[in-house]
Design a protein around this ligand. Structure first.
Ligand code: SAH
Length: 357
């Protein structure tokens, strides 16, 4: 009886242009193993239909750990005086991009804390150089900046931008990000879209103060904003943060959020995030790939800096060296009966196709 209801609600949220929040909340509340399996299988079918069986790759370079913010959950928060901060040099950054392209991967994600010391012109030159020399797709993830900065980087050749909303509930957002503004984050995301970036968002599952209602709001926000990519992480407590003593986020809940996001947003790129891969002994990214995810982001941060990009403890990429990543990926592809897709993996929502060069 219950399983029949799950199936009915799944079909309804899949068909609805504006899904009912109560339906999304109902699905988030599914707890039985068979019920969750129905949800994950439905998401897996939607993923196959809209994205195919390829697992897309993005090589990530965490190029700096300076941050002006005080996010209650993040180890990079500026109040963490224990963290040794770093910034890659231009040569190191371009070297990391070169490694990615040599591995056959055609997207680099350049991520850092929100760093006032990140010079707009310096970064623009790096973007230009990477585009010129390697012809790869460039995704930026450096937080909130002015419209002008975003424009300069777009003109330098950046293709995509990842700026997670973390939570779409304004009250919760303000409590987790004391010195930031929800409105500004929304405005930045709108600016990125209007400048023609392929636009990414995402949320953090299991954070203090979150409820099934706020998670449903996140999913409906993703649908409304029609993002090109959405990263769903799971909260991992970091001892040098305000939330350091809070419990680890629930992996099953994170997988449910991922699966419902797939069903509702259909053709969005959804990574099996490193956070999902970093909890527990097993690599839960395989479960994410079976619950709607279609992207993996291998880490290409130079090894000496890896443990300094300390957003949460025991990140999978710190345990695993970059030379070993391909083997891990092949295992994940075999386990999920899929294949590794080395194409650029542009947004599936683009009207015109972007040609590799
Ligand atoms: N500063 C950049 C992104 C860098 S942090 C920006 O503002 O967009 C990258 C991501 O790590 C964040 O978006 C957040 O979702 C995640 N993160 C930070 N702390 C975390 C924690 N304790 N557990 C899980 N994920 C975390």
């Amino acid at each position: 009886m219950k399983n029949k209801k799950i199936q009915t609600v799944l079909e309804r949220v899949y068909a609805d242009n504006v899904p009912e929040q109560s339906d999304v909340e109902f699905l988030l509340g599914v707890e039985s193993d068979t019920g969750m399996q129905i949800l994950f299988d439905f998401a897996d079918n939607v993923r196959r239909k809209f994205c195919g069986d390829g697992i897309l790759l993005r090589g990530i370079v965490e190029f700096g750990s300076f941050c002006r913010n005080t996010c209650l959950y993040c180890g990079l928060n500026k109040n963490n005086k224990k963290l040794q901060r770093y910034r890659l040099t231009k040569e190191e950054l371009i070297g990391a991009a070169k490694q990615i392209v040599s591995a056959g991967i055609k997207t680099v994600v350049l991520q850092s804390g929100e760093d006032d010391g990140l010079d707009v012109v310096w970064f623009g030159e790096i973007i230009k150089k990477i585009k010129q020399d390697f012809g790869m797709s460039v995704t930026l993830s450096v937080g909130e900046r002015s419209f002008e900065d975003y424009k300069i980087w777009k003109e330098a050749g950046a293709d995509r931008y990842l700026l997670k909303i973390e939570t779409a509930n304004k009250v919760l957002y303000q409590s987790l990000h004391p010195e930031m503004s929800f409105e500004n984050r929304i405005e930045c995301s709108g600016n990125l879209k209007s400048l023609g970036y392929q636009n990414g968002s995402g949320c953090l599952v299991g954070i203090k103060g979150q409820t099934i209602q706020t998670l449903a709001e996140d999913i409906l926000f993703f649908k409304k904003e029609d993002f090109d990519m959405i990263g769903i992480g799971v909260f991992i407590p970091h001892e040098h943060t305000v939330l350091g003593k809070e419990p680890l986020g629930n992996i099953k809940l994170a997988l449910k959020v991922l699966a419902i996001t797939r069903i509702v947003t259909k053709d969005t790129h959804l990574p099996a995030t490193t956070a999902i891969g970093s909890i527990g002994g097993n690599d839960e990214r395989v479960k994410a790939l079976k619950a709607g995810a279609n992207v993996i982001m291998p880490n290409f941060t130079p090894e000496k800096y890896r443990k300094l990009y300390d957003i949460y403890p025991d990140k999978r990429c710190v345990r695993e060296l970059s030379c070993g990543y391909l083997k891990t990926l092949e295992m994940m592809a075999t386990e999920t009966n899929r294949w590794i897709d080395f194409s650029r993996g542009d947004s599936l929502k683009l009207k015109t196709e972007i040609v590799d060069f």
